[in-house]
Write a protein that binds this ligand. Structure first.
Ligand code: UT7
Length: 326
């Protein structure tokens, strides 16, 4: 059977590190509050003028190098981001140019923090249908470009970064075993960036009104997240016929350690199987899962044959899961 198999991973983080102690000097918060409530100790912050493709391009290049392929073999680049360089052209096109994937189609996907799981699901469908053979999926974000550093309820949570994977059509047992996506558009107000789109265009008058800041109903989102994570995992188990004990590594979207552990408890997954890097990179939205995959590979947590479960949730609200055999 043909499966989409991840054959290379990569990441790229900005140079600048902002610790919780740095944030203490910028707003009314404490290192203790941030660590206890979220698990975050630091985050990376892009330089002024650095766009999503400036992080996503190098991450993709590393994944391509790790896969050992020629960029001209790539059929498609999917860039998952909520903070593209421009409203158009798509950041995927900028990345295509940077990595020299001259034969690849390229487009962006915006499903907020679930973006990478949506992108990988789409890639899997193309491969299953026999349309494409080699696809690069990039998750890249410069979320700090959209933060108001005076708003402690959101400013402490996010960080910038990019991760990427190369998937290729292969015959055999290794690769993606199941995919599942969900959405509840009625809960869109739980996490929203109201300004800058077609509804609330940027005007001189509205720049200072807060309409261009991320707005989040944290505690409500927290409760929803635990429930939809559970559903996403259950869907993956049902689709594959695997049991919770078969999972070797659970790589969740890194939004909050407490959400992740509450979801793991709910599904009966021991904490030692959960992969976390939120302490180092914070919540990098669509980049969170591919950065974590790359970290898990580098640290030897994922090996050939490992059963890996990815699960995400985010604004929309959206959620999803992917089970794969590495
Ligand atoms: O990527 C997907 C999207 N994001 C999420 O899924 C995030 C989901 N939500 C969360 O992770 C949590 O709700 C937060 C981390 C955002 C907040 O944690 P919480 O335990 O739900 O805290 P809270 O919002 O109920 O606030 C508790 C207190 C409040 O003070 P009072 O009213 O109890 O006096 C807040 O004003 O903590 C205060 N607070 C802060 N204190 C210090 C809120 N933000 C901060 C802060 N530093 N940065």
């Amino acid at each position: 059977m043909v499966r989409a198999r991840i054959i290379g991973t990569g990441q790229h983080l900005p140079e600048k590190v902002l610790t919780n102690l740095d944030l203490e000097k910028m707003m009314d918060t404490t290192d203790e509050w941030i660590r206890q409530r979220t698990g975050i100790k630091q985050r990376y912050v892009a330089a002024n003028g650095q766009g999503a493709s400036d992080l996503g391009g190098p991450a993709a290049a590393r994944a391509i190098e790790a896969a050992g392929i020629d960029p001209k073999e790539i059929d498609l680049i999917i860039c998952c981001t909520t903070t593209p360089d421009y409203l158009f052209p798509a950041s995927a096109c900028l990345i295509q140019h940077q990595v020299g994937a001259t034969k690849a189609a390229a487009y962006d996907v915006n499903a907020a923090c679930s973006g990478f799981v949506c992108g990988l699901t789409t890639a899997n469908a193309y491969i299953q249908a026999g349309i494409y053979k080699t696809i690069v999926i990039v998750g890249t974000e410069v979320v700090t470009s959209r933060l108001n550093w005076k708003k402690r309820d959101t400013a402490v949570l996010f960080g910038d970064g990019a991760g990427a994977v190369v998937v290729r059509a292969e015959n055999g047992d290794h690769g993606i075993l199941s995919t599942f996506l969900g959405a509840d558009g009625g809960s869109g107000d739980l996490l929203i960036l109201p300004g800058g789109g077609s509804r609330n265009v940027v005007t001189k008058e509205n720049v200072d009104t807060g309409v261009h800041d991320i707005s989040m109903k944290g505690p409500e989102l927290f409760k929803k997240a635990v429930v939809v994570f559970g559903e996403a995992v259950q869907q993956a188990l049902t689709a594959t016929g695997l049991a919770i004990n078969d999972i070797d590594v659970f790589i969740p979207h890194q939004a909050n350690t407490r959400i992740i552990y509450a979801a793991a408890d709910r599904i009966g997954l021991p904490q030692e199987k959960v992969f976390l890097n939120i302490d180092r990179v914070a919540n990098t939205t669509a980049a969170s899962i591919p950065i974590a995959i790359d970290d898990a590979v580098t640290q030897g947590r994922i090996r050939s044959g490992s059963i890996v479960l990815l699960a995400a949730f985010g604004a929309g609200i959206t959620w999803g899961s992917i089970m794969l055999r590495w």
